[in-house]
Design a protein around this ligand. Structure first.
Ligand SMILES: [Fe+2]
Length: 315
């Protein structure tokens, strides 16, 4: 692979299949047989799809506008987010209304492009998702300050405190819009290996035990979307466990990747353990893909956990 490099691997994985690979994909399929690309299987196996040149049509003017955004940690939320369902921008803080409107329109276009791309290239998933938030990440990740469990530079798998998935999958489409600098990630073992090693130590909730007050309230109100399943409760604890585990952070296997300027990459971040070491100016769109759309259902984190504990973790 020319544009991105595997820099080093520290310590062998406990199982060779439990390490993420980079899979380069052309911006348009080589043949008309799109369904045969097998991209769903690559994603579900814990691999990262990599497109060296961003297929999202970003104009020079819009790129210049994005690069001019000087977001600071003090003034804004963690990221600027676009919520497609509400057509709303959040986290823009004191940004002038005209700039906020422009940023919203760029994020909306990126969000819609990502949905079209997935529909065309991963036909198995088409329409079987919730299009979650898109985000813009203008802060330099290197040296970025955050509380420990919010740090991006510690290896983890994703879980959302406010959007429980009940076993549905977190798929993210990233784009590096920085014209000069790559975005550097480290990946460790996939969830499959990490769960095998740590799930019992973290503790898998018993059937019927979901979130705390948040979940109970949501249940009482009949809002399944907000109510945490035992699976969601576990994934949140697992996210924090990995970040708080200094021995794991120090000694886990590490593969370092650099996503160059103008590249795009896609992966299941609930499967690919990742840390962002450096990089500034990235776009991202999250999809919550139905667990029932998986081509390799046995590789879903919920099925891996259910195999380990022997009981259902969501209904
Ligand atoms: Fe993450």
């Amino acid at each position: 692979m020319s544009a991105t490099a595997e820099k080093r691997a520290v310590a062998p994985a406990s199982h060779p299949e439990w390490v993420s690979r980079m899979v380069e994909v052309p911006p348009v399929p080589a043949t008309a047989a799109r369904q045969n690309e097998g991209l769903a299987r690559e994603l579900e196996s814990g691999n990262i799809l990599f497109l060296p040149r961003l297929p999202f049509p970003l104009s020079d003017e819009d790129r210049a506008f994005l690069l001019a955004q000087k977001q600071t940690d003090a003034g804004y939320h963690k990221n600027i987010a676009y919520r497609p369902a509400e057509e709303r921008l959040t986290g823009a803080g004191k940004m002038p209304a005209r700039d906020a409107a422009r940023l919203k329109s760029i994020l909306k276009a990126y969000s819609e492009w990502a949905a079209r791309f997935l529909t065309e290239r991963v036909a198995e998933y088409a329409g079987r998702w919730v299009r979650d938030f898109a985000s813009y990440r203008p802060i330099e990740e290197k040296g970025r300050e955050a509380r420990l469990t919010a740090r991006n530079d510690l290896a983890h798998v994703d879980a959302f405190p406010t959007r429980p998935t009940h076993g549905d999958r977190i798929l993210r489409v990233f784009a590096n819009v920085n014209p000069a600098k790559g975005r550097v990630w480290v990946t460790s073992e996939t969830f499959e290996g990490l769960a095998e090693r740590f799930a019992r130590q973290v503790g898998i909730p018993k059937a019927g035990s979901g979130g705390k007050v948040f979940g109970i309230m949501a249940k009482a109100l009949g809002i399944r979307q907000w109510s945490r399943s035992p699976y969601d409760a576990f994934m949140l604890r697992f996210h924090d466990f990995l970040k708080e585990n200094s021995e794991f952070q120090r000694n886990c296997i590490k593969q370092q990747w650099e996503f160059p300027p103008g590249s795009c990459w896609i992966c299941y971040t609930d499967m690919v353990s990742h840390a962002v070491l450096s990089g500034q100016f990235a776009l991202e769109q999250t999809f919550l893909i139905s667990r029932h759309a998986m081509t390799l259902p046995e590789k879903s984190p919920i099925r891996i956990l259910e195999r380990i504990c022997g009981h259902a973790l969501s209904n």
